[in-house]
Design a protein around this ligand. Structure first.
Ligand SMILES: Nc1ncnc2c1ncn2[C@@H]1O[C@H](COP(=O)(O)O)[C@@H](OP(=O)(O)O)[C@H]1O
Ligand SMILES: [Mg+2]
Length: 249
């Protein structure tokens, strides 16, 4: 524990440490395929839980890899953590995976760190970087393995190119980094998949919402949070209109 450490610094330090664990484990060759993902998830989670409990004993924690306790809902400050987002891609030796460490305060994604260890990058809500100009043609990110039909529809209507990528964090950060312009997902996700990405994207000045335009709310009793839109602000109205149009068709 670092005395007097800010929430921003804690999130970044822990996301970085989990990324190191995951990179070292993969490089060791001790595990492969699904076992590599399973062990990586467990080891990164164990470190994150130990560190968070020591550093912030009064805060609640929600982790993909930890048994949930709904008592957390009565606590204002909740750390929402995905020790390894894009487990499949990590196990396959790819670079599109992430570590998410976020702090939600009264349901709002307030602090976030998203490590992209495979790319040697760390993006945080504490030190946002300026947005690059939009891509021409526009680029729309979708899941490699389960692209949302709404996203494919919206991309086609907007003349945007589809870019398939693993990991919610990697996709959200591709928008923050200017590699793409829109990340629209529907059909399933959990709070840990998108809380830290949402916090970083908000700090970067992007539009962040549910796919119907309503706010993303965290630390809910049911952590299922199945859809989101992260995009350049000037594109949000059109994406939301088209996504709504798809639903009613
Ligand atoms: N339909 C769905 N239902 C539940 N989780 C989903 C989902 N689609 C994506 N996810 C989760 O969102 C993350 C990013 O997925 P994708 O790469 O397909 O975009 C993955 O997290 P994990 O790797 O932490 O399990 C994945 O499990
Ligand atoms: Mg995840």
């Amino acid at each position: 524990m670092t005395v007097g450490e800010t929430d921003e610094h804690l999130a970044e330090r822990l996301a970085n440490a989990a990324g190191e664990i995951l990179l070292d484990l993969r490089a060791s060759g001790e595990f492969v395929d699904k076992a590599l993902g399973r062990v990586g998830d467990a080891r990164a989670n164990a470190m994150l839980m130990d560190e968070l409990r020591a550093a912030r004993p009064d805060d609640a924690i929600l982790s993909e890899e930890e048994k949930d306790n709904v008592a957390r809902c009565g606590v204002s400050r909740a750390w929402i953590v995905d020790p390894l987002d894009g487990t499949r891609e990590y196990s396959e030796g790819r670079s599109d995976w992430a570590v998410h460490v976020a702090l939600a305060v009264d349901g709002v994604p307030t602090v976030g760190a998203v490590a992209l260890p495979g790319l040697g990058l760390m993006l945080t809500s504490g030190s946002p970087t300026p947005l690059a100009p939009a891509n021409a043609p526009l680029k729309m990110l979708v899941s490699r393995t389960r692209p949302a039909a709404e996203a494919v529809y919206v991309a086609e209507k907007m003349g945007a190119d589809l870019v398939a990528m693993g990991s919610a964090g990697a996709k959200a950060m591709a928008v923050v980094r200017g590699e793409a312009d829109i990340y629209l997902h529907t059909g399933g996700q959990y709070e840990w998949d998108n809380c830290a990405p949402a916090a970083v994207a908000i700090a970067a000045g992007l539009h962040v919402s549910r796919a119907d335009g309503s706010p993303l709310v965290y630390n809910c009793a049911n952590p299922y949070l199945p859809d989101l839109l992260i995009c350049r602000k000037e594109l949000a109205d059109e994406v939301l209109r088209l996504a709504g149009e798809f639903v009613v068709e």
